[in-house]
Design a protein around this ligand. Structure first.
Ligand code: 9MR
Length: 389
């Protein structure tokens, strides 16, 4: 790019900003807030998040898109989708010579039709139970590396342009331990398999942001330390990693990190130059009913605002969005109501908490908030005056 051509445009823009500043400086109080911040505004999560420049996403299942309320709510409230299962290796690439793109493509088509972006989940889930048997049976390192390259290149290339971020590796650490999963990749390629996967993904789509996604690392503890060391090592080695995904599967009162711990974790990754997203948020309750829903809303408020208050936090994805369709129903039984919409697609107190957290982020975006804009303009005017002296 020819930067000499950019310089005069830059000067013009700065001049325009200063001119606006002079005009506006005397009437700062009259500058409007973003409409979603006005009292009584009823913006959706999507409208607020999009105005604030952050992701608000939900994991989705293509089979549910035929339910009108499911599709309407998903498109109205979210600017991003994660395929809950359809881009995972066993689903999308069940045999060496067989890719099954149709279910993932259905979600991609929905995202495109509704002007949404997608998180790609996941190129490789390190848990050996989530690796297809044919891959685990790789005869040698050379074959396994060729399969890894083919898989990542094929999937990333196909969805370039819609998937803006990939969970390159999901859950590198064993659950409830600080050790890497023992899988065929660790056995045949060594720990470097993680770096190799990132390099292959980056070559396939240099514009995609690449994430390491992990569970149970939302507060400082031994497991977080191990995950941090892994990430810091990748950064130090120049591996193209751009972000960290904190899954955020909370179980009220049992697996419940606090906002202060979550901030510390996010700031640690920000100090490495990375962005952070909460990628699979849900809050499992042991009971339903008004009191439980208020407690749940408090957990949503504490954790979502801890993330969204930090610039390094790029957004939130819920693992589903309605209590009618959540993996929790299948795994822990019904009635644990982890998501922001109830089974009838009505917003819960948790929805209001998420909305408030997003409004907090929007209010902090200077160019979208009249009062902050006035302060910024006044600063620019003062700086311009100092330069002219
Ligand atoms: O919600 C997903 C469920 O439908 C699948 O059966 C399961 C196995 O593929 O994966 C669930 O999603 C997981 C996600 O991919 C990774 N983090 C934990 C999620 C919940 O188990």
């Amino acid at each position: 790019m020819d930067h000499q051509h950019l310089a005069p445009i830059g000067r013009t823009a700065a001049g325009a900003l200063l001119a606006i500043g002079f005009l506006a400086a005397g009437s700062a109080d009259a500058l409007p807030l973003h409409p979603c911040l006005e009292a009584g505004a009823s913006c959706s999560l999507r409208e607020i998040a999009t105005a604030a420049g952050v992701r608000i996403g939900a994991a989705a299942q293509p089979a549910n898109l035929s339910e009108p309320l499911y599709a309407e709510t998903l498109a109205r409230e979210f600017n991003s989708i994660t395929a809950e299962n359809q881009m995972k290796w066993p689903e999308i690439h069940p045999a060496e010579a067989n890719y099954d793109f149709a279910p993932a493509d259905a979600l991609v088509a929905f995202a495109q039709a509704n002007d949404m972006t997608m998180r790609g989940h996941t190129l490789l889930w390190a848990n050996p139970l989530r690796i297809p048997a044919w891959v685990s049976a790789a005869p040698d390192a050379e074959t396994l590396r060729a399969w890894l390259e083919n898989h990542i290149e094929t999937v990333v290339t196909r969805y370039a342009g819609t998937v803006d971020s990939w969970d390159v590796i999901n859950e590198p650490l064993q659950n409830f331990s600080s050790d890497l999963y023992d899988n065929v990749f660790l056995d045949l390629l060594g720990e470097d398999y993680i770096a190799e996967a990132f390099h292959i993904a980056h070559a396939a789509d240099p514009t995609a942001e690449l994430f390491l996604n992990e569970v149970l690392v939302e507060e400082p503890n031994a497991r977080f330390d191990a995950f941090y060391d892994l990430v810091a090592g990748l950064v130090a080695d120049g591996v193209p990693i751009h972000g960290v995904g904190l899954q955020g599967h909370i179980v009220a009162g049992i697996i419940q990190p606090g906002g202060i711990g979550l901030r510390e974790v996010i700031e640690a990754f920000a100090d490495l130059g990375l962005v952070v997203e909460i990628t699979e948020f849900d809050v499992t309750m042991s009971a339903n009913g008004p009191a439980a829903l208020e407690i749940q809303a408090g957990i949503y408020a504490e954790l979502l605002s801890a993330c969204l208050d930090l610039a390094a936090c790029r957004g939130i994805t819920f693992w589903g969005f309605t209590d009618a369709h959540t993996w929790i129903n299948g795994t822990f039984g019904p009635g644990r109501v982890p998501l922001p919409f109830d089974e009838e697609y009505l917003p819960k107190p948790a929805y209001d908490a998420a909305r408030q957290a997003l409004l907090g982020r929007l209010a902090a975006v200077p160019e979208l908030n009249g009062l902050a804009l006035a302060a910024m303009i006044a600063f620019a005017v003062a700086a311009g005056a100092r330069r002219r002296r």
